[in-house]
Design a binder for this molecule. Sequence first.
Ligand code: HEC
Length: 167
Amino acid sequence: MKRSILVCRLALAGLFAVVATVPARAEGNPERGAYFAAISDCGGCHTPGAMTPEPDKTRPMAGNDIGFALPGLGIFYPPNLTSDMATGLGGWSDDEIAHAIRTGERPDGRILAPIMPWHAYAAYTDADMADLIAYLRSLPVVEHQVPGPFGPDETPPAPYMAFVFPE
Ligand code: HEC
């Protein structure tokens, strides 16, 4: 009898060990996350064709081929935020996505240009961030590589908007 209880406990411990090693994924609410994405206007930059009269609403957040030129910094295109492995956030953990949105630091250490409003998004609470990430994870996966980023002296092959500071 005692032995069977022990076996049972060991089996349960094994089960918890397996559960604990599954990589963390957001358990947020994607519908509420869609609301946060809307009021934070993520799609106003990251959806293809955003900033033109006809954004491609069939590919929400799949990356924009219209960039922003920041004097002295470079030209930056809003990347694909869908979960495509090669061209989107498919290979990023939830923590990596949250860290980039709040601090501007990508997993490779590069700090995102401040046209990506991460200074403002630093205020996201953990619960709201989990909802936002759950929404990003729920998007249709689209393969789309945006150009760049480019240095300030490079000539990008795709359109961009420039900030001009008169002398
Ligand atoms: C004003 C335009 C703008 C808005 C609004 C915006 N972004 Fe961005 N975002 C960018 C640009 C441009 C980049 C690329 C910057 C760079 O490469 O340095 C970027 C980069 C990112 C990255 C890094 C992706 C990568 O592959 O490097 C993530 C994640 C991201 N944005 C998420 C979001 C989310 C989520 C929202 C809404 C809460 C949002 N962004 C709103 C312009 C924007």
